[in-house]
Design a protein around this ligand. Structure first.
Ligand code: PRX
Length: 654
């Protein structure tokens, strides 16, 4: 860890009384009491929460088993349940006519209200369509869909019949989709003809066709219609037109009894190697954790209109658009568009039209909106808002204050939620009725999360300190394995610090026990809240025939949080022209997806390497950060003269 943040106390913002008044957890004393109990008696605490948050076909016998050493963590053993029953059926009697999903299309004001009863009917029809095609419990199903209600219904239909869904964000390229289909051996893919986003049309079905070309594992593609464009290719041998199939299906489908530890879904995420990991979550533990964190973090109440404006293709969408809110019987807003379409007032227009009470977005969106001024915010009535959440990356105090003062008018609680795909739900968050806020801190540990900060040698540090953020004991939402590669699971998360789960993040703990995430300490970037491995971008670049070597590092970016900077050496005889730069940019977009587009490409004569051939990324990072004056010792480099050349080329590009 290099960062040494100040030890001066930061400004503390009090809990907002109108939020605390009826909160589930009122005041810091109640939080501390509950937290203490969750750490001293995790089995008792989580056993109670699992029974409170979910309904079980068969109660569990043992709350918790296993640990980090060999990664045999298991929760709620012997318990039988079904995720879709917990998200839908159990609300039918009391909330059948309540809006479950409030869908806002890309075009402002065009919306659909789906009640819990409707959700049951539509989910069951999809589930029956899947059964008809031979999908069975334990099968993996890939989903590459736009943000339409049928995506949530498909997720719930999978879990209803015990199929393991593997959602691939619809911004991923055909290559990335293919890799994920093959890795999870998904025999079925769900998609839509096209998607709509920010006024643009996304050719989803075309991308699926490209992805599965020559991939024999895929038996069928289920196709929903979003745009009804007749030009979208349809291949009757494998494509199934859901608009024709749905009316034929029975609107009820019995739910599979799943074991608490049966896999519920796989979600791919980036790590320090080029190959994304299929993180696997299980039914009882994940659902308990998603439901409990959602309830307390957003202080969910029956009449809330709750909006998480993420995409279902990422873990935030899984836990906080779908499973968390629906387990709690909430009304969840599903937003197809972007914060900027048709203008920068879109979020607040949504808030006004639907009377949104809890709103959850990413710092990158806040920063982008902030740049366009207050007017777009002030135009709309935001008096219903109570809790404003952020996720995905550290929020800089300036953006935090804008969110708090301009959007929330100092009447809302800001909840900065720190967590990961692997943790299933929030692990660091100040609860809105209980924890005073500090701009830029993710607050306190969530119930059951026993944080530890370690030094580089693995020694646990006490009190006010900074280092490697780990967790001391298992919680229900922890991913159980990397699908098909448990060894990798152990080596990435458990081996770095035996006895602990290693987050990959650095953190600082202050005198009040608040945590401040300082960023990843592995080769993973967080750009616009998306997690991308530098190795993934590097391998996309070197796959181009003009590239000899590539090294990718992050750098502070005003809007995206972290930008992607690529240092590239070209084969002899090829010049680093604008045309080559464009081609390489396109290369990354087509191998990974547009969200991984490089921000800076620097052509260099060679990369800084030690005599043993190791690339010294530290130097490249310093240059990208504009800190070339503090590069330090370069004498261990095989060719120290390369450094000034890289600096000169970097400056030239800027
Ligand atoms: O570095 C942390 C950052 O995002 C990483 C997890 O990325 P992913 O698995 O894609 O999940 C994103 C949504 C949870 C973390 O290791 N991160 C996430 N939330 C925060 C954060 N960094 C600082 N503050 C946060 N609130």
């Amino acid at each position: 860890m290099t960062s040494t943040k100040p030890t001066t106390p930061e400004k503390v913002y009090s809990v907002v009384p109108r939020v605390a008044k009826d909160a589930h957890i009122k005041g810091i004393t109640q939080y501390k009491k509950e937290y203490q109990r969750s750490i001293e008696d995790p089995e008792g605490f989580w056993g109670e929460k699992a029974r409170e948050a979910l309904s079980w076909f068969h109660d569990f016998d043992v709350a918790h088993y296993g640990g980090f050493d060999n990664g045999d963590v298991a929760w709620f053993l012997g318990g039988k349940l079904n995720a879709s029953v917990n998200c839908i059926d159990r609300h039918i009697v009391t909330r059948g006519d309540k809006t479950a999903i409030l869908w806002e299309s890309d075009e402002p004001g065009v919306h659909r209200r789906i009640t819990y009863k409707d959700l049951l009917t539509e989910t069951c029809k999809i589930a029956n369509a899947m059964l008809t095609q031979g999908v069975r419990k334990g099968d993996t199903v890939a989903i590459y869909m736009p943000m339409i209600p049928e995506l949530i219904m498909t997720m719930l239909a999978c879990t209803r019949i015990g199929a393991i869904h593997s959602i691939v964000f619809a911004g991923f390229s055909a290559d990335a989709l293919r890799d994920r289909i093959i890795d999870a051996q998904s025999k079925w893919v769900f998609t839509a003809d096209e998607g709509k986003r920010g006024g643009r049309t996304l050719p989803l079905k075309k991308t699926v066709d490209e992805a599965i070309h020559g991939v024999h594992v895929v038996k069928n593609v289920f196709v929903f219609k979003r745009t009804n464009n007749p030009k979208v290719p349809f291949h009757p041998k494998i494509d199934l037109d859901m608009t024709k199939i749905m009316p034929l299906m029975r609107p009820y489908c019995p739910a599979e009894w799943m074991d608490s530890e049966d896999y519920m879904f796989i979600l791919y995420t980036s790590g320090s190697t080029g190959k994304p990991k299929g993180v696997a979550h299980t039914t009882g533990g994940y659902l308990t954790y998603a439901a409990t964190t959602c309830k307390y973090t957003f202080d969910l109440q029956e009449d809330d209109v709750y909006a998480c404006v993420a995409d279902c293709g990422w873990i935030t969408g899984h836990s906080y658009i779908v499973y968390g809110p629906l387990c709690n019987g909430a009304t969840t807003v599903m937003f197809e568009s972007t914060p900027m379409y048709p203008d920068c007032g879109r979020y607040w227009d949504l808030v006004q039209r639907y009377g949104i009470t809890k709103f959850y977005t990413a710092p990158t969106a806040i920063r982008a909106l902030m740049a366009h001024g207050k007017e777009f915010v002030k135009k709309y009535n935001r008096s219903t808002l109570k809790v404003l959440g952020t996720v995905g990356e550290p929020i800089n105090p300036e953006a935090w204050k804008w969110y708090y003062e301009v959007v929330g008018e100092k009447k809302c609680m800001i909840v900065d939620t720190y967590w990961q795909t692997e943790t299933g739900g929030h692990i660091g968050v100040g609860l809105p009725g209980a924890a005073p806020m500090k701009a830029g801190s993710c607050g306190l540990p969530f119930f059951g999360i026993d944080f530890a900060i370690l030094d580089d040698q693995g020694k646990e540090l006490e009190g006010v300190t900074e280092g490697r953020l780990c967790i001391k004991s298992p919680w229900p939402g922890l991913a159980r394995t990397v699908y098909g590669d448990h060894h990798r699971y152990l080596s990435v998360y458990m081996a770095p610090h035996p006895g602990y789960y290693f987050t990959g993040d650095g953190a600082r703990r202050d005198a009040d026990g608040y945590y401040w995430i300082t960023g990843r300490i592995d080769d993973v970037l967080s750009t616009s809240g998306h997690r991308i491995g530098t190795a993934e971008v590097e391998s996309a670049l070197v796959a181009h025939n003009v590239v000899t070597e590539a090294a990718v590092v992050g750098f502070p970016h005003r809007v995206k949080g972290e930008g992607i900077c690529c240092y590239i050496t070209l084969i002899h005889g090829v010049d680093g022209t604008n045309a080559v730069m464009k081609e390489l940019t396109q290369q990354v977009r087509s191998i990974i997806g547009a969200f991984a587009t490089p921000d800076i490409i620097v052509f260099v004569p060679s990369l800084p390497k030690t005599r043993s051939g190791k690339i010294m990324r530290r130097i490249l990072r310093k240059i990208a950060h504009g800190e070339e004056d503090s590069i330090g010792d370069v004498s261990t480099l095989a060719d120290p003269d390369v450094v000034p050349a890289i600096i000169a080329n970097f400056k030239h590009v800027l």
